[in-house]
Design a protein around this ligand. Structure first.
Ligand code: GTP
Ligand code: MG
Length: 661
């Protein structure tokens, strides 16, 4: 089975309700893509709209205001620029309206659309100016000998690639317990009482993370195990039902990672449950709930070897409610596959800017995580008769959006395929309707053409914790995630931040096999000794004891605002995401607006931030997070802001304020 990351969904109480509502969304054929009618803000504005005439529409947030109002009721912007504001009029109205709106947004169900405009094409064109996606220069050391032995039985064609510990059987025995622990003990920093006992000296006495200081790790070899291939972490992302899990499952089957017998079992079980078409997806969607709903909820990790790479597949959920889970996987990606459904109505639904179009949101997010290389898998070509015209249409529509997100044209590969009919997956298409016009590479060969990722093994250890697993039998605890910098080896001491506790590495597992050490880029599970599991949580970071990561509640960010309709103002409440941490935050200052072309300051202290603007802002978090300036560690310095289930801004950390600043 693939390993599943265990994150809470973005919502709790309305879980079932939201899914009921989602069921209604299935009818893509009925979906009115062209309509600009948006449900966004409906719950907030509806009542007011019904009983009074609409007389002027705000140029900023498009809210329809009563004629008697001089300022927009929602965002406080003046109706006519020529009308001079009163003494404290606009500012007060602004703040009140924003806090009302924010409050309302918080209590609204996740099905509410945010009101992102449907026709934007120029989003994120400034991402490169924000610096996301730059690669570090240190190449990966591939020359270490093979001295490992696998601890897993050969009977497990797909393994829990990073979550399993010293013995896979142990994990199986405790599966139920682990699930409970993860459910009952939400793995967020906010829930850790111990974080308040943070050893302040760790934060204040931080050494500079320079190579000169980092003698311990400099040049230290790490165990490459049995691998002859470079590891490639490949996130599979895209709109709900586009076929991500089916693609992943079928690929694993074709690559021999799922046996015929096992596949037969999936087919039988899926048919019995009336979900025959999901048999390949069942290989990835292993929980009862996922299978019953026919939807991925948590990221599944599985792997196979291609000609050039040891490929780690991170099959993400496509449903909007599970974006935080998608993020957990996609932040670990070196490259991504964006799966789109070619069928009429479905592709368009994924491109919908009204809040549900996850083709758009996923593309924006993975680019903001620094993913530069993208394969667009145009799936379900069987449903459009392998039409060249449809493929070209999708390529043109999505292509211009991807370029606006900051993807270089040369770094995007377009592959038409049908997973169900096994066309163009691991060998060229046999169906002449496709082979007559497509003569490019098949999907598998395209993966092999991706550029190898560069790894930061010479910097101090940084392992953002993605998941925590407890093994009751031995009182052990394990963390999993991707090593972003440095190396880690058996027996070494590591510092757990933000709690500031030390632990000893008891064993390391990579791809379900034990190894003595692992380096930057590896997805690992590390079992630790000498630490209580309450000090470990997703969003924490394992560090070199001499080089603790910074922790802070106040950060300066350089952000690019996405396609929002309600402007951002000082005081706006947001959900702050950075690596695997998610915390409530508030925008406390809009320092400056930046010129989109030059990146220089265009205006100091603007009152509002609108869609597509880039700016320097200061955010204050309710509780501290582990963070680095982007210039020091890219993976720990990329952040994004969400509100009402939508990503509203992406950016990088430009300054980490001291606790007492
Ligand atoms: P989420 O994880 O929930 O976002 O969905 P997904 O993208 O993983 O989609 P999944 O693999 O679960 O497939 C959804 C449906 O699409 C299933 O019924 C599949 O059988 C079907 N499907 C996948 N690929 C193809 C294809 O190439 N052609 C056709 N006709 N159907 C396909
Ligand atoms: Mg899926």
């Amino acid at each position: 089975m693939p390993r599943k990351t265990n994150y809470k969904p973005d919502y709790d109480e309305n879980y079932d309700d939201d899914y009921d509502a989602y069921d209604d969304y299935d009818g893509y054929d009925d979906y009115d893509y062209g309509s600009s009618k948006q449900e966004s803000g409906k719950t907030y504005e509806e009542g007011k709209k019904i009983n009074r005439p609409v007389l002027w529409s705000c140029s900023i947030c498009t809210y329809d205001n009563d004629q008697s109002l001089v300022y927009c009721e929602i965002c406080g912007v003046l109706r006519e620029p020529s009308i001079a504001p009163g003494k404290d009029g606009p500012v007060k109205v602004f703040a009140d309206a924003a806090s009302n709106a924010t409050e309302k947004r918080r209590t609204t169900k996740v099905k509410q659309k945010h009101g992102i405009s449907a026709n934007s094409r120029t989003l994120l064109s400034q991402l490169s100016q924000l610096g996301v996606g730059d690669s570090s220069p240190t190449p990966y050391n591939m020359s270490q000998p093979d001295n490992r032995s696998s601890l897993l039985s050969d009977k497990r064609p797909i393994d829990r690639s990073t979550a399993s510990l010293a013995t896979a059987n142990m994990l199986d025995e405790n599966k139920g317990n682990n699930a409970n622990i993860n459910k009952n003990t939400p793995q967020t920093l906010a829930n850790d009482p111990d974080r308040l006992r943070l050893d302040k000296s760790l934060a204040t006495n931080r050494k500079e993370d320079t190579l000169a200081d980092c003698k311990l790790e400099k040049g230290l070899p790490h165990d490459q195990g049995h691998r002859t291939h470079n590891q490639l972490n490949l996130a599979i992302v895209g709109h709900v039902d586009s076929g991500k899990s089916t693609l992943s499952g079928r690929l694993l089957h074709l690559m021999g990672r799922i046996s015929k017998k096992e596949m037969h079992k999936y087919e039988k079980e899926a048919k019995e449950k009336g979900k025959g078409s999901f048999s390949y997806a069942w290989a990835m969607d292993e929980s009862a709930e996922e299978r019953e709903r026919g939807i991925t909820m948590t990221v599944a990790i599985a792997y196979f070897d291609s000609r050039n790479y040891h490929v780690v597949l991170l099959d993400s959920p496509g449903h909007k409610d599970f974006v935080p889970n998608m993020i957990a996987g996609a932040t670990q990606a070196d490259a991504a596959v964006l799966v789109v459904d070619a069928s009429v109505g479905s592709f368009e639904a994924g491109m919908d800017g009204g809040g549900f179009g996850q083709t758009r949101e996923h593309a924006q997010l993975i680019r903001s995580f620094g993913v530069e290389q993208l394969i667009v898998a145009v799936n379900k070509m069987d449903l459009v008769g392998y039409s060249n015209e449809r493929f070209d249409f999708i390529k043109a529509q999505l292509g211009s959006f991807l370029r606006s997100c900051g993807f270089k044209e040369s770094a995007i590969a377009w592959i038409p395929l049908s997973v169900i009919e096994n066309q163009n997956l691991v060998k060229p298409a046999s169906d002449t309707r496709l082979s007559s016009w497509y003569c490019g590479l098949c999907f598998l060969d395209q993966i092999d053409t991706l550029q190898p990722p560069v790894r930061d093994v010479t910097k101090p250890l940084r392992l953002p914790i993605c998941d925590v697993t407890r093994l009751h039998t031995l009182g052990q605890v394990a963390v999993s995630g991707k090593l972003e910098a440095g190396i880690v080896q058996n027996g070494s001491k590591v510092l757990i931040m933000p709690s500031g506790h030390l632990a000893t590495v008891r064993s390391i597992e990579r791809d379900a096999s034990a190894c003595s050490s692992a380096g930057a880029g590896d997805n690992v599970a590390i079992s630790l000794q000498g630490i209580d599991s309450v000090h470990l949580m997703a969003g924490g970071v394992l560090c070199h004891p001499h080089f603790p990561v910074a922790i802070a509640t106040r950060l300066e960010l350089k952000v690019l605002v996405l396609d929002i309709t309600i402007p951002i103002i000082t005081g706006t409440h947001v959900e702050f995401h950075i690596h695997h941490a998610k915390e409530a935050a508030r925008i406390v200052k809009i320092v400056s607006l930046l010129d989109p072309k030059t990146g220089k300051v265009a205006k100091s202290s603007p009152r509002v931030l609108k869609a597509k603007q880039s700016a320097i802002i200061v955010v204050e978090l309710d509780v501290p997070v582990c963070v680095e300036e982007f210039s020091k560690c890219k993976a720990l310095g990329r952040a994004f802001l969400r509100s009402s289930g939508n990503t509203i801004a992406v950016g990088i950390v430009t300054r980490v304020f001291d606790q007492n600043e």
